[in-house]
Ligand binder design. Structure first.
Ligand SMILES: Nc1ncnc2c1ncn2[C@@H]1O[C@H](COP(=O)(O)OP(=O)(O)OP(=O)(O)O)[C@@H](O)[C@H]1O
Length: 681
């Protein structure tokens, strides 16, 4: 395979070996997730749960809004009104709401999905929420998502059965190395929808369209992987394919939806007037809980289309509204009535109405899915019963190098051909169980197939559209055999080329190394938190890490914030700056420091994982000891468009060969500053 080196031998595994290997590993992973969540018996006390990040105590509800397709959005802040304590909640997590003082096992006030997370607030989408009980101190608890594991186990069983029958019967032997991959004998030509495609993108698309069973699109950072995936989808729809497009994360699925919408069919949502001359249109539908979807793709959501479909079918929405109104009135009556017989009659009526409602909805769902050219969902969402009897000509999985192979099979079993897009040299799948990881749960299908078939099925994109060439060159040389080149439009772009940005000693360098060797920062000088609070948190959150001492570094945080301030003083917008650091404790420290800096309000601070797939004009990396994971370091550096600033202790870092070369590259091609130059800022 081009770029990363992959061991061919370990790629060969039979279907039966795979199934027997994976089943116990999924159990291990499930146990690891449960033991870190609130519903584990191991968490006997709430303070421990908060320290582990699986509950947030002392919250007040500050806002309630309805919307989002019937969901209620409640926003919570700390009763003290400051930055939320460190926690492990992420958007899309399932959570329950309880009174702050309720016992651990007590029933919740409601269950919902995290919709939005800010430093000082968390918004949750609830289906139903009590009208009473919200004006007391509250807490949120994170639940383990056991559904995903059940779906993966079910998929393993289905996989063993599908060899004989099912839409993927011919694909499975190819993906387990028992039959060779094949390509169309006819030359494939196409007229692209996107007139800017480069030669490597066009080559990849040709190869994808020619493949009869499997194709891998290897997209290094910023090379237009999603752009290429979208073009492949359009070309395939044009030739009549029905496509299931998936990714491990909701955000990656939404990325594709957003880019397909301009080509999509006007049901109720694309204003025709915007695309008056386009004759080719794609019918797309996005499955998933509305709280997990980006607001800009909500109109492609199944729920929205089902409503539209009911209108088109003549089941006008007035009728639907009447049914809902009637049900609401009956529910009200039920609450007030004591008489047994009347209650029984009302319940009977309610059951009949809801049955009618469900039937109408189901018919519409079937219609929408049957008529769609492209169905988009997360990998686990592909096991939705709504897709039970639907098969596809092609399954496309984006971010495939970040997905567990078992999760990929949920989608793959529904189609006869597949295209996987990803980069195994960026972030791997997140795995909680160290043992499951060691035994192979994290080995991705993308990597395995690349090892099995190499260039026969892989195309690598080689022109990148994000980074100044100096930023790209390190990554290209270190990880992609120097094959990735910067496009002329970005190769020499500088921070000071941006509007309103002055040329200054801070904005001139493309690569900047700030060495904190020997520097003892003015510890937490601007922060209201105490060191012991952070240390408590560090020990709890990072207990799995070997490098306990390297999880937090005040000196580096000082310098990172000081450099961000200098950039803002030179005119760089604070939202164009990102600070990346490997450990959660360092993220909290940096956020606390930032909360005192008005000018840095919009600067994003996150671990590497929070930045995958994203970019900023300037990136500051606080290394905190060292980040010896090549893939994480690759992602961190390649988020930067015009400047990458590395803050580290060169004495510690250079003990690792990979990082030593990184530092040398920055020293040779960039500016070198000592941290002392940032003191007293
Ligand atoms: N052929 C092209 N000509 C000009 N710009 C392009 C081309 N292909 C992609 N781009 C631009 O490059 C940027 C990155 O593209 P895209 O988001 O498709 O890349 P990606 O590989 O999915 O990114 P990531 O590294 O985040 O995974 C986008 O701004 C896109 O518009």
């Amino acid at each position: 395979m081009e770029g990363g080196k992959i061991n061919n031998k370990s790629s060969a595994i039979s279907l039966q070996q795979f199934v027997s290997l994976m089943a116990p590993l999924i159990d291990l992973e499930k146990e690891a997730e449960i033991s870190s969540s609130i519903n584990s018996g191991s968490l006997r006390n709430l303070d421990t749960a908060q320290k582990r990040g699986s509950t947030i105590l002392n919250l007040k509800c500050v806002d309630a809004q309805t919307g989002l397709m019937g969901k209620t959005l409640l926003e919570f802040q700390s009763t003290k009104g400051d930055v939320l304590p460190a926690h492990k909640f992420g958007t899309h997590d399932v959570v329950v709401l309880k009174p702050n003082k309720a016992d651990l096992g007590s029933p919740p006030l409601g269950q919902g999905v995290v919709y939005r997370l800010k430093d000082s607030s968390i918004t949750v989408a609830f289906d139903d929420i009590p009208e009473e009980g919200l004006n007391i101190p509250l807490r949120l608890e994170k639940l383990a998502n056991e559904v995903t594991y059940r779906r993966m186990k079910d998929t393993l069983i289905q996989l063993s059965k599908s060899v004989q029958r099912g839409p993927a019967a011919d694909l499975i032997p190819v993906l387990f190395g028992e039959s060779p991959p094949t390509v169309s004998k006819k030359d494939v030509t196409f007229t692209s929808f996107n007139s800017n495609l480069d030669h490597s993108q066009k080559d990849a698309i040709t190869k994808a369209l020619s493949s009869k069973n499997v194709f891998l699109l290897h997209g290094p950072p910023g090379t237009g992987k999603t752009t290429t995936v979208v073009e492949i989808i359009l070309q395939e729809v044009k030739r009549g394919s029905k496509i299931l497009a998936c990714a491990a994360s909701n955000i990656a699925v939404d990325n594709i939806v957003e880019r397909l919408v301009p080509h999509s069919k006007a049901l109720n949502f694309v204003p025709l007037i915007l695309y008056p001359f386009r004759t080719f249109r794609v019918k797309l539908v996005r499955l998933g809980h509305p709280a997990r979807l980006l607001p800009q793709v909500l109109e492609s959501a199944l729920d929205a289309q089902v409503d539209a479909c009911l209108v088109l079918r003549g089941d006008n929405s007035a009728l639907a509204n009447d049914i809902r109104k009637e049900m609401k009135a009956l529910n009200g009556k039920l609450l007030k009535t004591k008489d047994k017989n009347t209650r029984r009659d009302i319940r009977k009526e309610l059951r009949a109405l809801s049955k009618e409602e469900r039937k109408r909805q189901q018919l519409a769902v079937t219609d929408v899915i049957k008529n769609a050219d492209v169905v988009l969902t997360t990998l686990t969402g592909a096991l939705s019963h709504k897709l039970e009897n639907t098969t596809f000509d092609l399954v496309i999985i984006d971010e495939a190098a970040q997905a567990l192979e078992v999760a990929c099979w949920i989608a793959l079993l529904k189609g006869s051909r597949c295209i996987l897009a990803g980069d195994h040299l960026q972030l791997p799948p997140t795995i909680q169980s160290v043992e499951a990881e060691r035994k192979g749960l994290g080995r991705t299908l993308f990597e395995r197939l690349a090892g099995l078939y190499g260039d026969e099925v892989v195309s690598m994109l080689t022109v990148q559209y994000r980074m100044h060439e100096l930023i790209m060159n390190w990554s290209s040389k270190e990880l992609y055999d120097s094959k990735v080149k910067a496009h002329a439009s970005v190769a020499a772009h500088m921070l000071y080329d941006l509007e309103d940005v002055k040329k200054s000693s801070s904005t001139e360098p493309t690569l900047l190394l700030v060495d904190i060797a020997g520097y003892c920062g003015d510890m937490l000088k601007n922060s209201s938190c105490t060191c012991s609070q952070l240390l408590d948190f560090r020990c709890d959150m990072e207990e799995k890490k070997d490098e306990e001492e390297s999880t937090m570094n005040e000196g580096e945080a000082d310098v990172a914030i000081a450099h961000a301030k200098r950039l803002v003083q030179s005119g760089v917008r604070s939202c164009d700056i990102g600070i990346i650091t490997p450990y959660a404790a360092q993220v909290v420290l940096l956020k606390m420091m930032r909360s005192k800096e008005d000018k840095l309000k919009e600067t994003e601070i996150s671990t590497v994982d929070g930045f995958q797939g994203r970019e900023k004009e300037a990136i500051i990396i606080s290394m905190v000891g060292f980040l010896s994971d090549r893939r994480r370091m690759n992602v961190a550096v390649t988020r930067a468009r015009r400047q990458c600033c590395l803050v580290c202790d060169t004495e510690t870092v250079t003990s690792d060969g990979f990082l030593k070369r990184l530092i040398e590259f920055f020293e040779e091609h960039g500016e070198y500053l000592s941290a002392s130059e940032y003191t007293n800022e």
